[in-house]
Structure formats: structure tokens, C-alpha cells
Design a protein around this ligand. Structure first.
Ligand SMILES: C[S@@+](CC[C@H](N)C(=O)[O-])C[C@H]1O[C@@H](n2cnc3c(N)ncnc32)[C@H](O)[C@@H]1O
Length: 359
């Protein structure tokens, strides 16, 4: 067996052990789509010493590159700083695109649960890997996948075509959807958001499903799985497991207070120095498992997720302002109020440190 074959088999064993192949087609697609074909020769690896992402070239360390690509629970960072690493030393501060961790991809696909022939709108093409998996299920003609970064969109389209997949790959802001190909039975977003764009509801078929990793200022809250009502005026559903991706570009949070509030010092203080009576609050606090957030415990600072709503809480989105070109605010009033957004971090931040996400 080749190195790639060994790594793939190992990943399948681990994913099997965690029940990641929720449907038989997912296992088949995972075997069929060659994961390594979707990863550029240079990927980015976080270094604790300087808290920055350094390039790792396949030519320099093929074994490490292969190991990263086939790791079942870690994303592979494929772009930093929107494609503009520091000219001085070639390192990057923020991960801005990745091939999502295999377990996260499978979780998202299980939640999306498309049927053969379902029409799917996918936002956040990235490498094109999960687009290929979707093509295996629904056929390329039924998939529209949108990527905001032109060079990433072109690279993904080229890879998909080379391997025989022919979805419509669009370069644009996925918050506006793709009205000309609507309605969609499923909308899958593989970038984190705090506001579900209302356009996704109006472009869905009645009873359609929207799947997106939802997070607030304070924590990754969970995977929102929403069902669009018969009149396509609202969508409602549940939060699933904590799952964090890089932010949608238009919903990045420069004003995110998380690093200030959840500094390492405060984390330590809350564990050891705060009276138990003061530790109880309306929020819940859990240690994140490495597989949930993609942070290897050995290389990342301690962190926790705090969630204001318990898992299983009901998010709901209602008619509101629709995104218009030039405006970033979209979606519904209520629990997803629009707020101004300016570009900032592409990764999540915990305990005052940036860290990678599931995707
Ligand atoms: C976590 S990566 C997706 C990875 C993809 N699932 C894969 O495995 O290759 C998120 C992607 O969403 C893209 N993105 C961010 N905001 C977007 C937007 N508004 N519209 C479309 N794509 C967007 C980013 O450029 C990035 O490539």
C-alpha cells in the first residue's frame, strides 16, 4: 500500500469508529474522491513560537504534507491573510481558506442529507473537495458552488473539471446566493456566520433545508439546521454539535471582544481562583473536544466554548431586510440582528489566541 493509501485507510478506520459515515453514499464518495488532488502543494501550518502560519511545501516534506491532508479531524489551511502573507518572511496571521477536516465535512453532509438529483447551493467552495463529494451524490448539474475569492474559485473549478466533476462554480459573495439557478432543495454553507442571509430562504424550495455553522460574538454555538417553511418566508430548526469554520467574509468581527474577555489569565483565574458561586451563570461551559473544533490539544492553548443557548435550542429566522449589493447586513430581525461588519480574523479566537477551526 502507498503512503497515501495507508493514510486514507487509517482515516477511514478513525472516521468509522466515530460513526462519521452516516449514510452509505458518504463512505462511497469518500473512497472515490481523491482528497489529495484538492490540496495545493503549499499549505500553512500554525507555529506556537510566533503564533503565525508558516508555509509547508509538499516538495520539502511530502510525508508531513500527506499526513496533514489525510488527517481525519484536522483542517488543512490552504490560504492565509486572503492570499497576502507577509512579504517580509512569507508567514501569515489569519487562516482564510482551508480544506475542511474530513469529520466536519461528513457532519455537514449528513446534516444536509441531499437525495440524488437534489438541487444544492453551496457557499464556500474553498478547495472544491466537498463540492466533489456532493457531485457524487446529486450529479454535477445540480450543484451551484460559490467562492468569494477569485483565485480559489478558479483553482477549485480547474481541479473539479480535471477529475470529471462539472458543477457550476461561481466567483461571488455567497450571501446573495445565485437566484438564476434557484430554487434549491438544500443550501449548505461551509463558512461560519452569525446572520443567515434572507436570500437563502427566498431562493430555497418550500421545505428546503439550510445548513450552516452558526456562531455569535462569544462562542461557536453550533451547526444550524433550518427548514424553510412552505411560503418561503421563514426558516427554523435546531443547533447541533459545536462546529466552527472560517467566517464568511462579510461577517468577520473586528470588534470581537473574545480575546480580551477570554484571555489565558482569565481562563486560569476562572478555573482556580474564582469562588464556585461566581462561576455559575446562565451560560454553559465545556472543554471542546479536539474533533469538535479541530484544535489538537497538544499544540493549542487551553480553551473552552461558552454557549448562551443550550444545544438543541431553536434558532429562527424571519423575513427581514434582504441583502443588497454594497450592503453587508442581511437576514432577519430578532436573534440575528444585522450589525456593521469590517474585515478581521478568518479563524476563531479562544483564550486570547487564534486557533484553527474545523474548516
Ligand atoms: C473553510 S473554507 C471552505 C472549505 C471547503 N469546505 C473545503 O473543504 O475545501 C471557507 C471558504 O469560504 C469562502 N468564503 C468566505 N466568505 C464567502 C462568501 N461570502 N461567499 C462565498 N465564499 C466565501 C472562503 O474564501 C473560504 O474559501
Amino acid at each position: 500500500m502507498t503512503g497515501v493509501g495507508r493514510q486514507h485507510a487509517k482515516a477511514v478506520r478513525i472516521l468509522d469508529g466515530s460513526g462519521a459515515f452516516a449514510r452509505p453514499w458518504m463512505r462511497q464518495a469518500f473512497h472515490t474522491v481523491p482528497r489529495q488532488e484538492f490540496v495545493p502543494d503549499t499549505v500553512w501550518v500554525w507555529h506556537a513560537e510566533d503564533d503565525r502560519y508558516h508555509p509547508l511545501s509538499r516538495a520539502d516534506d511530502e510525508e508531513r504534507w500527506t499526513e496533514l491532508v489525510h488527517h481525519p479531524t484536522l483542517p488543512v489551511v490552504t490560504q492565509v491573510d486572503d492570499g497576502r502573507p507577509a512579504p517580509s518572511d512569507g508567514t501569515g496571521e489569519l487562516p482564510t481558506s482551508s480544506m475542511s477536516a474530513a469529520n466536519a465535512v461528513l457532519t455537514m453532509l449528513a446534516a444536509t442529507d441531499p437525495e440524488p438529483g437534489s438541487r444544492v447551493l453551496h457557499i464556500g467552495t474553498g478547495t472544491g473537495y466537498d463540492s466533489a463529494l456532493l457531485c457524487e451524490r446529486i450529479g454535477g448539474a445540480n450543484l451551484v458552488t460559490i467562492e468569494v475569492d477569485r483565485s480559489l474559485a478558479e483553482a477549485a473549478r480547474e481541479r473539479l473539471h480535471r477529475l470529471g466533476y462539472r458543477p457550476r462554480v461561481v466567483c461571488g459573495d455567497g450571501e446573495f446566493g445565485q437566484p438564476q439557478d434557484a430554487p434549491y432543495d438544500r443550501v449548505l454553507c461551509t463558512a461560519s456566520l452569525s446572520r443567515v442571509p434572507y436570500t437563502w430562504i427566498t431562493q430555497s424550495a418550500p421545505g428546503g433545508r439550510i445548513v450552516a455553522p452558526w456562531k455569535t460574538t462569544f462562542q461557536p454555538a453550533g451547526l444550524a439546521v433550518l427548514t424553510v417553511d412552505a411560503g418561503r418566508r421563514s426558516a427554523s430548526g435546531r443547533f447541533g454539535m459545536p462546529l466552527t469554520f472560517m467566517d464568511l467574509r462579510g461577517q468577520r468581527r473586528p470588534d470581537n471582544p473574545l480575546p480580551r474577555v477570554y484571555s489565558t489569565a482569565r481562563w486560569e483565574e476562572s478555573r482556580h481562583g474564582t469562588p464556585p458561586s461566581l462561576r455559575t451563570s446562565s451560560t454553559t461551559s465545556t472543554r471542546a473536544s479536539p474533533s469538535a473544533c479541530g484544535c489538537p490539544a497538544s499544540t493549542r492553548p487551553a480553551h473552552r466554548h461558552r454557549t448562551a443557548l443550550p444545544p438543541g435550542g431553536w434558532p429562527r429566522t424571519l423575513p427581514g431586510r434582504t441583502s443588497a449589493p454594497g450592503r453587508r447586513s442581511s437576514g432577519a430581525p430578532g436573534i440575528w440582528p444585522g450589525r456593521p461588519s469590517r474585515p478581521t480574523s478568518g479563524g476563531c479566537e479562544r483564550a486570547g489566541r487564534k486557533c484553527s477551526t474545523s474548516g
